[in-house]
Design a protein around this ligand. Structure first.
Ligand SMILES: Nc1ncnc2c1ncn2[C@@H]1O[C@H](COP(=O)(O)OP(=O)(O)OP(=O)(O)O)[C@@H](O)[C@H]1O
Ligand SMILES: [Mg+2]
Length: 265
């Protein structure tokens, strides 16, 4: 099956929404289906980088050269069958260097276009802000994946998100949300059930909610391994597989059960 490269940016300016977790897991699951996957860590916190067990990153391995000088993509690290452009805390300084440079926000998009024969899927993990790096990731995207915690905090972020999307769409018409993903869902709490009902009424397409489950999510970050490697077949891995099917269906990628995911995509 010939697939033209898709670029998906996982986006929410609210912190702790599940962006990095989703990027790592969908990336790994799609790679197990034979897709050539590139992950890009745009967050100076570098969680995606360390949660994949990558250390000793040099600034030249990050998107710095792309964003500041319009350079080509750096050579990625290769882990668990994934190609990864890692992050480093110095990426925080890139925001300042991008400001006042006309066209800087389109540079990642351009660099990816030059690499389109090498990858089937590019997943970009954004930082928790609406700053320059988030815009860089948004402008590079064909579509967005938007995780929303099933908490008041999740609802509070929605007006800001919709304002940001309108601004981005003015520059890049056709940029859409592929799927919203309810995250950190605790079905025992009335609050979470009420927020989920609100999301179901207002956001489309919406993935199945990802339950909040502590141990495997946290321990897999310490281990630096995707859940499919750290705890294959575990309940968290089943959640991850269902999410991957929902996303695959929404964006038209091959993944088992994607056709029956039941999401109104
Ligand atoms: N379903 C889940 N159940 C329990 N913990 C989870 C779940 N999903 C993610 N986590 C944990 O919640 C925390 C926040 O998730 P994550 O870092 O992926 O969010 P983020 O949106 O990338 O955060 P930031 O805005 O800081 O970049 C992490 O410690 C992660 O391991
Ligand atoms: Mg993150």
């Amino acid at each position: 099956m010939v697939i033209s490269m898709k670029v998906l940016t996982v986006f929410n300016h609210a912190g702790g929404a599940g962006k990095t977790s989703i990027t790592r897991e969908i990336g790994y699951e799609m790679s197990t289906q034979g897709l050539r996957v590139l992950l890009i860590d745009l967050d100076p916190q570098a969680n995606l980088t360390s949660w994949l067990g990558i250390s000793g990153v040099k600034a030249e391995e990050t998107v710095r050269g792309v964003a500041v000088d319009g350079a080509a993509l750096p050579t990625p690290r290769e882990v668990y069958g994934l190609s990864v452009i890692p992050s480093h805390v110095s990426l925080a300084l890139v925001e300042g260097l991008m400001m006042g440079r006309v066209g800087a926000h389109m540079r990642l998009r351009r660099a990816l276009q030059e690499a389109q024969d090498r990858y089937d899927l590019v997943l970009i993990d954004s930082p928790p802000s609406l700053g320059q790096l988030s815009i860089l990731g948004a402008m590079a995207a064909d579509q967005m994946i938007v995780p929303v915690p099933t908490r008041q905090k999740g609802l509070d972020a929605l007006p800001g998100l919709s304002e940001a999307f309108q601004e981005y769409q003015a520059v890049k018409p056709g940029l859409t949300v592929a799927i919203y993903v309810p995250t950190l869902y605790d079905a025992r709490r009335l609050h979470d059930r009420e927020v989920l009902a609100d999301l179901q009424a207002n956001l489309k397409p919406l993935a199945h909610a990802i339950p909040q489950r502590e141990a495997v999510w946290l321990d897999s970050t310490t281990a630096g391994q995707p859940v499919g490697v750290y705890a294959p077949g575990s309940p968290v891995h089943q959640d991850v597989r269902r999410l991957s099917a929902d996303v695959a269906r929404a964006v038209g990628l091959p993944y088992p059960q994607a056709a029956q995911s039941g999401v109104d995509a």
